[in-house]
Structures are given as C-alpha cells and as structure tokens.
Design a protein around this ligand. Structure first.
Ligand SMILES: Cc1cc2nc3c(=O)[nH]c(=O)nc-3n(C[C@H](O)[C@H](O)[C@H](O)COP(=O)(O)OP(=O)(O)OC[C@H]3O[C@@H](n4cnc5c(N)ncnc54)[C@H](O)[C@@H]3O)c2cc1C
Ligand code: SF4
Length: 330
C-alpha cells in the first residue's frame, strides 16, 4: 500500500479547499470501499481528507414534505430514521439489505453513491480493465460476467453499480447536492451517473474536486407504499445479482402511479421508465406487471452467462408489484 497523508476537514469549504489544493487527494467517508481499493493498489491517493466531522450528519424534513439527508449520515442511521422508514420504506429496506451491520455503521451516504464496481477484473490490478486503465480492454465480455450488466452497457465495459441504496434513491427522484471551489451545485440522480459509452472510467457528472454534501428526496406520497427486494447468492452479506425498488398507488384496481428501479443490471441504478409508462393506467394485476417488465427488458442485451438476469428481473418485478397490490387491497 502506498504511503499516504491524512487530514480531518472541519468544515465544508475547508474540505473542498484541501482537495482543490491537492489533486492527488481523495475524500474519505467510512473508508469501507476506498481503503479496500488502496490495499489492492486500485486507488493510490497521496492524501486522504476525512469528511466525517463535517456538519452533514443529519436527516431533516424539507418544508415541502421531502427529506434532506446529509452526506455523512451513516447507512445504519439512515435505515433506522423514523421518517425514512415511514415515508420511503424501500430506502430503509435497501440500505439494510446491503453489507453487514459493522459496515453500515461506518459507511456514509456520499461514499455509498461513489463506491466502485465489484467486477473482479477491476479490483485485480494484474488484469486489463478499461475502467481502471482506459484503453486496456474489457476481459469480462469474453470472461467471467455472470453478474454483469444486461442494460445500458457498451463494448467497453459491462460492469454493474453495486449500490442498493442508490436503487431506492433512483426510484424516488433523489437529487445529489455538492460543493466545489466555485460554489454549490446539484444533480438529479438520473443525471448523476454517466452512460458507459467508450469512457467507463468517467462514472459521474460531478465536477472535479466536488464534495457531496447531501441527497434530497422530493415529496412522494406514493413512496409510503414501497418495497425493496434483493436477490443475492447467499442470504446476507452479499451484493445483489438483481434487485427491484418499487412503489405503487392503485385506485379502483387501476395503477395511478408507479415507481420502479432496478439494481445490479447496469452501470448505474436503473430507473425502469418504460415499465412505469406501460403500467400507468393499466389494471393492477400480474399480467400487466409482467407486460411492464417485458417493456423494460426489451432493451436488455445479456451476455452468454447472464441471460438468467432477464428472467430474474421479470419475476422480481411481478413479485414485488403483486405484494404491493395485495397490501393495498387489505
Ligand atoms: C464486504 C462488503 C460488502 C458490501 N456489501 C454491500 C451491499 O450489499 N450493498 C451495497 O450497497 N454496498 C455494499 N458494500 C459497500 C458499502 O456500502 C460501501 O463500501 C460504502 O457504502 C461506501 O461508503 P464509505 O462511506 O465507506 O465510502 P468510502 O470508502 O469512504 O469512499 C468511497 C468513495 O467515495 C468518495 N467519497 C466519500 N465520501 C464523499 C463525499 N462526501 N463527497 C465526495 N466523495 C466522497 C471517496 O473518495 C471514495 O472515492 C459492501 C462493502 C463491503 C466491504
Ligand atoms: S466490465 Fe468494466 S470494470 Fe469489468 S473488466 Fe470490463 S471494463 Fe473493467
């Protein structure tokens, strides 16, 4: 591991200034991803700027009925927050489905959004990987790719984004706030992650040196009836091979509003807009749920060893929406 310096930032402008003065530095949240990558040599920062003392550790209601979540709120605090559980239950469920209790106690909201892919070629510095070394190739396409992307990938990278939290945030139209040396900014989650294209090493639209300060959830009454379902290779402490965040509002047996996002199928949390369009105004039954999933998954381009994900995501969509519809009927 490369020797590195360490500073604790006391305020937001100080943190941003420290990074602006030192392009070889990185912000440190809980360190649960960054430090692992430093140990394997994937990341080699000269300095870490610890942001955990910044006053960004609150979950607060916004005046309009939404929630503002600070960037240093831990995953455990987020999942336990009564207003998150009441207004956006799928978000609490998604966070609890991730990692382990010990990791969730350390991991922060900002770090979770910026965690890197778990593609084994990316984390193994002895292998080529376009995301780690642009232009070196993507061995996953011909190699091990059973857990890789089926939507939105390119011939340059087929990795998936590992965040569970991000999937629920995508379903609820979250907006990410940040601060740079030039001032504050904000990005809807839909624009936060860049398409893969031929630049898989460029993952987000954040300006260089940006410190994530928080995430805002707009008011979404539909989110009160929402659910997150994750499929993984073992019952706990494993990344998703497919997941769904869904929210459903039904009136007289017809879908009035639906939110649907998929995890572990693309380089970013995948908002299933084609499915949402197909379902809005349709009967709230299993046939319509399956047709909506088919509308979304028509764009899937699986690789030889991950075709199972198309069926998995179809079945997950139907199962989660059916549960929500049954709950609404009670
Ligand atoms: C064994 C294991 C299992 C896991 N399982 C899951 C899982 O099932 N689901 C899941 O979603 N996650 C899982 N995780 C990932 C875990 O949730 C992430 O490691 C964690 O959320 C990252 O948060 P952190 O605060 O520790 O980030 P760090 O490791 O501190 O940072 C990650 C990145 O974000 C940057 N960063 C951190 N904070 C900021 C900020 N405020 N502004 C700008 N940049 C910032 C850092 O510079 C770094 O590039 C797992 C991790 C491990 C080790
Ligand atoms: S899928 Fe992406 S991260 Fe994995 S080897 Fe290919 S380029 Fe690298």
């Amino acid at each position: 591991m490369r020797e590195f310096g360490y500073r604790r930032a006391a305020d937001v402008s100080g943190a941003v200034a420290l990074l602006a003065a030192d392009p070889d530095a990185r912000f440190l949240g809980g360190g649960t991803n960054l430090v692992d990558l430093m140990k394997t040599g994937v990341e080699r920062p000269a300095r870490l700027i610890d942001v955990r003392d910044l006053p960004l550790d609150r979950v607060e209601p916004t005046g309009d009925g939404g929630l503002r979540i600070g960037a240093t709120v831990t995953n455990s605090e987020l999942a336990a927050h009564p207003e998150v559980r009441r207004r956006y239950p799928a978000l609490a469920q998604a966070v609890l489905a991730g990692a382990s209790g010990q990791l969730r106690n350390m991991a922060t909201v900002g770090g979770n959004l910026l965690q890197r892919t778990r593609c084994g070629y990316f984390t193994d510095v002895s292998k080529p990987c376009n995301k780690r070394v642009p232009g070196s190739g993507c061995p996953a396409i011909e190699g091990v790719h059973h857990n890789h992307a089926i939507l939105g990938a390119s011939g340059h990278c087929v990795a998936v984004h590992p965040s569970d939290m991000g999937v629920a945030l995508a379903a609820f139209d979250a907006v990410v706030s940040y601060e740079t040396a030039d001032g504050p900014g904000a990005l809807p989650l839909a624009d936060f992650y860049l398409p893969v294209g031929d630049t898989p090493h460029r993952e987000t639209a954040l300006p260089p040196g940006a410190l994530i300060t928080g995430v805002t959830l707009p008011p979404a009454p539909v989110a009160a009836r929402s659910r997150y379902r994750k499929v993984r290779e073992r019952a706990s402490y494993a990344f998703a091979i497919g997941s769904v965040a869904a929210a459903l509002d039904i009136a007289d047996g017809v879908v009035r509003e639906v939110r649907l996002a998929y995890g572990a199928v693309a380089s970013r949390p995948w908002r299933a807009r084609a499915a949402e369009r197909a379902l809005t105004g349709a009967p709230a039954d299993a046939d319509a749920f399956a047709a909506a999933a088919d509308a979304e998954l028509a764009a899937a381009r699986p690789l030889p060893d991950n075709t199972y994900k198309v069926t998995l995501m179809r079945n997950l969509t139907v199962a989660v929406l059916t549960e929500l519809a049954e709950e609404a009927a009670r």
